[in-house]
Each structure stands twice: as structure tokens, then as C-alpha cells.
Design a protein around this ligand. Structure first.
Ligand SMILES: Nc1ncnc2c1ncn2[C@@H]1O[C@H](COP(=O)(O)OP(=O)(O)OP(=O)(O)O)[C@@H](O)[C@H]1O
Length: 250
């Protein structure tokens, strides 16, 4: 993204964002409530249109991007199942859709990937249960499993641990750790990193729709980025970091 701007209801929400995510990075977007984290994620994916600047997905503008199977998106708010009773397995299997050839039946590879994803989030034994019967944290696991089932190159997760119990958080950290070891790219929004903290290679901190820190994730950044901490980074004002072509310092 270059010079990315988004206005919602005529109010600027993102202002001049320069951000390039390289393959294999594990990037955490931090910032106080309302700083623009979800909007940034959605704009990067083309789900929220830019009002200024440009963004590319694997080198293409979102409108011309077709390779959606390369990206697994875990949205912030739960919208699985709706009013229709849907099993956990059905929701997870829907993560394969971007991979399936149109009008072809589900393949053995689809079924295997679905079962692997269910096992990875610890829901294999409940796969036939209606998703509506699960707690919030377990429903979040279902959304993560749906992304895993698609076997994407890049995982984009919006607050995957918000309101999630400690066991689910640890399970997600273990799952992400295995994906990172396979060279997958991860971009996640978080208030608190918790057990995921050791995996993060880079922290991008937003304040008021601008990037105020982009660099290694010092322990303090996570703590300062919590809601209520306006002063997200001690040196943010003196030394704003341009994010374009950013590389981690060895
Ligand atoms: N659809 C919308 N219409 C108008 N304003 C919106 C809309 N969505 C978000 N906003 C506003 O844009 C700002 C940024 O919202 P965003 O959800 O991106 O922040 P966030 O950092 O993800 O916050 P949180 O941590 O609470 O999820 C907020 O002030 C919010 O009120």
C-alpha cells in the first residue's frame, strides 16, 4: 500500500499509509481502539475501497486480483452460520471454495484438508455439531480452521484472540508457529499478543489513522498499544519510520 487513505462517513480513518508486507513476515498491527486497524486490514484486502493512494495484492490491484486461495482471512466479528443450522465441518469446508474448480465435486484433498484443519484447532470430535452451539472462543476457532482449510500462503487475522480463552490462545499460537515454520506470511490485528508474541517479527502501530511505529516488536510496544495508552511508542514523534521497503534489522 502506498499513500493509502480511507474516509468513512467523510471522516478520514486512514491517512497516508505506506506499508509493504514481505513473504514470510509475521506482522502484528497494534493500536488503541478506533485507531484504524480493522480498516487497514480491510483496505489491504480491497474489502474497503481506498479514497486515495494505491494498494496491491501479490502485485495486482484488488479488483483485478483472482488468486484468492493464496489469502486466508479471519474476520473480527463472527458471521458464521447465520440463522440456518450449520455444522462446524460445513463452515470449515467452505474454506476450500476458492480452491475448488467450479461444478466439480468435493475431492479427497478437500476432505483431508478440512479434517486436518478441524484437528489443528481441537474441534475434530465436534465437527458434526451446529456452529451456533459453540462459545465465542470456539466459534473463533472455527473461523481460524476455515482459513487453515484453504491452505493459503498468507493469513490475515483480525483480532483472532479477542474474547478467546487462554487455551484457545495457546492453540492458535502453536498453530501459527507451525505455519510460520513452513514460511507462511501472517498479518494479524491484536490488542494483546499474549502467547503469539514470540512469533511476531514486526510490529506496525497505528495512531489516528497513521503509522506511528513500524519495526521490531519491542515488548513495550504491545503494552503501550493497549486501549487507553495514547503514547504508543516513546520515540514515535521524533522518529517516524517510513514503512515502504522496510526490512527487519538483523
Ligand atoms: N462503516 C463505518 N462508517 C463510519 N465510520 C467507521 C466505520 N467503520 C469504522 N469507522 C470508524 O473508523 C475508525 C477506525 O475504525 P477501525 O474499526 O478500523 O478501528 P480499530 O483500530 O480496528 O478499532 P478496534 O480496536 O475497536 O477494533 C473508528 O473511529 C470507527 O468509528
Amino acid at each position: 500500500m502506498k499513500g493509502g487513505q480511507v474516509s468513512l462517513d467523510r471522516r478520514p480513518v486512514l491517512r497516508g499509509i505506506d506499508l509493504t508486507i514481505e513473504p514470510g513476515e509475521v506482522v502484528s498491527v497494534l493500536g488503541a481502539n478506533g485507531s484504524g486497524k480493522s480498516t487497514l486490514i480491510r483496505a489491504l484486502l480491497g474489502l474497503t475501497p481506498l479514497t486515495g493512494g494505491t494498494t496491491l495484492l501479490y502485485g495486482r490491484p484488488p479488483a483485478r486480483f483472482r488468486d484468492w486461495r493464496r489469502i486466508g482471512y479471519v474476520p473480527q466479528r463472527l458471521s458464521v452460520g447465520g440463522g440456518v443450522p450449520t455444522t462446524i465441518r460445513e463452515v470449515v469446508a467452505s474454506g476450500r471454495i476458492a480452491r475448488q474448480r467450479r461444478f466439480r465435486p468435493t475431492s479427497a484433498a478437500d476432505r483431508e484438508a478440512t479434517e486436518r484443519a478441524l484437528a489443528a484447532v481441537g474441534l475434530a470430535d465436534r465437527a458434526g455439531d451446529p456452529v451456533q452451539a459453540l462459545s465465542g472462543g470456539q466459534q473463533q476457532r472455527v473461523l481460524i480452521a476455515r482459513a487453515l482449510a484453504g491452505e493459503p500462503d498468507t493469513y490475515v487475522m483480525d483480532e483472532p484472540t479477542a474474547g478467546v480463552d487462554a487455551d484457545s490462545q495457546q492453540l492458535l499460537a502453536d498453530t501459527l508457529s507451525a505455519l510460520v515454520a513452513q514460511g507462511r506470511t501472517v498479518l494479524l490485528v491484536a490488542h494483546e499478543l499474549g502467547p503469539m508474541e514470540p512469533l511476531i517479527t514486526r510490529a506496525v502501530v497505528l495512531r489516528d489513522g497513521c503509522v506511528c511505529h513500524d519495526g521490531p516488536p519491542p515488548h513495550a510496544v504491545g503494552a503501550h498499544a493497549l486501549p487507553g495508552h495514547d503514547h504508543v511508542h516513546p520515540h514515535a514523534e521524533e522518529n517516524p519510520v517510513s514503512t515502504l521497503d522496510w526490512r527487519p534489522t538483523p
